[in-house]
Ligand binder design. Structure first.
Ligand code: GLC
Length: 425
């Protein structure tokens, strides 16, 4: 009898321990273009089959600001779900400073997990906070110029433009002629809506004119003459040269720009690498007619690409961190990183994939892009970056709408950014 009681107690305790150690399902929050989320769904299924660890995917929108807000709510209220999520490189600082991320060093040391395959610059600048590793990069992004190869040829251009002035000349010429056949044709699509993508575009124009968003000491330098000139040029693209549509400042985010170009209604497009595979997919009106190049610069200055990208982290409030770590390892493994490139055309965070033969055959432009990422310009890495970004978004967008001059907009933005810094520092 005594034996039986002891046995029952032992079984109940074992059950309790198992239950508290392993909750029923991991939850992973991820967004993106519809094809990207579908891809993640397949990956989570594979992970579940392979490891026996159940995982549910929670779909998020495409827009990075909305994705951040969707995560801030559960994290602020210390909810156990989601266990894992993808983070835009620009919000990691805020998440780390808020102590919402589990440090990964313990797992890495214990398992001898190698960090060498990842882009060192990306890892060190984004994933380490106060010396602790709090995330791992999944893919890197850099702004690129997509162009219609067939149309450049038709109008007598041998190569894509290297300067913004050349791009305008070429776009005006093509648009004027093509409008006779197609009234919906535009010269150049880019992201000008009031959201984070506008800051990336602004940073690229500014940097390709020798400007910058902050001083070397990290103070805002938004109203530099180079920046004012660059914003003035962005305004001109819409209102003076009229090669970018008026809805650039009301609607144009990544997907809107991609759709404009992919429907065959645009000569040049500024977008991230993900657009390539979709342009080349079956059913795309521009399939086989697209070229990819670095973004142009002003005068003889080199073009600049904004450094973007998404990183995976484990919530500090997760009640299954060890299982979540298994998923982090899975996503950053060579095999899955290669699948992400082959399936989505993303640029992997692992340098070793760039030398993969099969990847090189499918994406011949990839090795050249490695250089773009290594020199891409970062947005300021600040815990209160979202607040600074909001100021830039609002004033740059007002200038694009033609409501205020570029100088006045950036003077106002500078003042507000200084106030944000004072308030948060
Ligand atoms: C891409 C980039 C990200 C950036 C966002 C802006 O997703 O990877 O870093 O913030 O676009 O829309």
């Amino acid at each position: 009898m005594k034996k039986r009681v002891l046995f029952t107690i032992a079984m109940v305790s074992l059950l309790l321990v198992t239950c508290t150690r392993r909750k029923s399902k991991l939850t992973f929050m991820v967004g993106g273009a519809p094809n990207e989320v579908e891809f993640w769904e397949k990956l989570t299924e594979t992970f579940e089959k392979k490891t026996g660890i159940p995982i549910t995917l929670i779909r998020q929108p495409t827009d990075t600001d909305q994705r951040r807000q969707g995560l801030v709510i559960p994290l602020k209220s210390k909810q156990k779900d989601p266990d894992l999520f993808l983070m835009d490189v620009v919000w990691i600082g805020q998440f780390a400073a808020s102590k919402w991320l589990q440090p990964l060093d313990g797992y890495i040391r214990r398992e001898g997990f190698p960090l060498e395959p990842f882009f060192g610059r990306v890892l060190e600048s984004a994933d380490r906070y106060n010396g602790e590793l709090i995330a791992l990069p999944v893919y890197v992004d850099g702004g690129l110029l997509y162009y219609r190869r067939d149309l450049l040829q038709r109008f007598g251009y041998r190569s894509p433009p290297q300067s913004w002035a050349e791009l305008v000349r070429c776009a005006v010429k093509a648009q004027t002629t093509l409008r006779r056949e197609n009234p919906n044709f535009w010269g150049f699509g880019w992201q000008g809506a009031q959201y984070e993508g506008l800051v990336c575009n602004f940073l690229e124009f500014v940097s390709s004119n020798g400007g910058r968003l902050t001083t070397k000491e990290g103070k805002p330098s938004l109203n530099l003459p180079e920046n004012i000139e660059a914003l003035g040029f962005m305004v001109d693209l819409i209102h003076r040269y009229k090669i970018s549509p008026p809805n650039t400042y009301t609607e144009m985010k990544e997907e809107e720009v991609r759709n404009l170009f992919q429907s065959g209604n645009c000569l040049f497009e500024r977008n991230w690498p993900y657009a390539w595979s979709l342009h080349q997919a079956k059913g795309s009106a521009v399939r086989g007619r697209v070229g990819i190049a670095p973004l142009p610069g002003f005068g003889g200055k080199p073009g600049a690409s904004a450094l973007g990208g998404w990183h995976i982290g484990i919530s500090r409030y997760s009640d299954a961190p060890a299982q979540a770590w298994e998923f982090v390892k899975f996503v950053t493994s060579y095999k899955v990183q290669k699948e992400l490139v082959m399936g989505l055309g993303w640029n992997p965070a692992r340098v070793d994939i760039y030398d993969d033969r099969e990847v090189g055959e499918k994406f011949p432009h990839l090795p050249a892009l490695k250089g773009v990422f290594q020199t891409a310009v970062s947005r300021p890495n600040l815990p209160y970056y979202p607040q600074v970004s909001e100021v830039i978004q609002r004033w740059a967008n007002r200038a694009l709408a033609g409501k205020i001059g570029a100088k006045e907009a950036l003077d106002k933005a500078q003042k507000e950014a200084e106030e944000v810094m004072r308030a948060y520092k």
